[in-house]
Design a protein. Structure first.
Length: 153
C-alpha cells in the first residue's frame, strides 16, 4: 500500500464506518447472503489502517469513530432510510467528483454493489425522503470540509 497520511486513512475508512450503523439496523431483514455486507463494511473500516503500529492504529480508529458519531448524532430518531440516503448521496457526490475512488476489488466496493440495489427496491420510500437526504448530504460535506476532509487535495 502506498504511503497514506492519517487524514487519507480517515477519508478511506469513514464511508464504510458511516454505513455500518444503518446497515446493522436493517440486517434483521436480510438473508444470509445479504448479511455479508456487514462483514465487508467492517473489513473496509480497517483496511486503510493496515500497516500502522497498534498505538497509531488505535488513534486513527478513535478519530474515525468520533467523526462518525458527530455526523450521525442528529439522526438518532430519524428513519433509517433517511440516514442511508444521506450517506449514499454524500458518497455518490465524492465519487462523481473523484474525491475518492473505489477499488473494485475492495470490500467496500463489494458491499456497495450489493447495498445500492437493495435501496432501489424501496423507491417508494426514497421518493419522499430524497430532498431531506440531499440537504443532509450537503451538510455532511460542509462539516467534513471544515474539518479538513474530502477537499480534493
Amino acid at each position: 500500500m502506498p504511503y497514506l497520511s492519517d487524514r487519507q486513512r480517515v477519508e478511506l475508512a469513514l464511508p464504510a464506518r458511516l454505513l455500518i450503523r444503518p446497515a446493522q439496523r436493517c440486517a434483521e431483514e436480510w438473508n444470509g447472503d445479504d448479511s455479508e455486507i456487514l462483514t465487508q463494511l467492517e473489513n473496509a473500516c480497517y483496511q486503510p489502517l493496515e500497516g500502522l503500529d497498534p498505538i497509531k492504529k488505535a488513534k486513527v480508529a478513535k478519530r474515525i469513530n468520533r467523526i462518525q458519531k458527530e455526523l450521525l448524532s442528529s439522526f438518532e430518531n430519524r428513519p433509517v432510510m433517511v440516514v442511508f440516503l444521506t450517506i449514499i448521496y454524500w458518497l455518490n457526490d465524492l465519487l462523481e467528483r473523484e474525491i475518492i475512488v473505489l477499488d473494485s476489488n475492495s470490500d467496500f466496493a463489494k458491499a456497495c454493489e450489493t447495498l445500492f440495489p437493495m435501496l432501489n427496491e424501496h423507491s417508494e420510500l426514497i421518493d419522499g425522503m430524497s430532498k431531506s437526504a440531499e440537504k443532509n448530504a450537503r451538510r455532511f460535506n460542509e462539516k467534513l470540509n471544515k474539518g479538513g476532509y474530502y477537499n480534493g487535495g
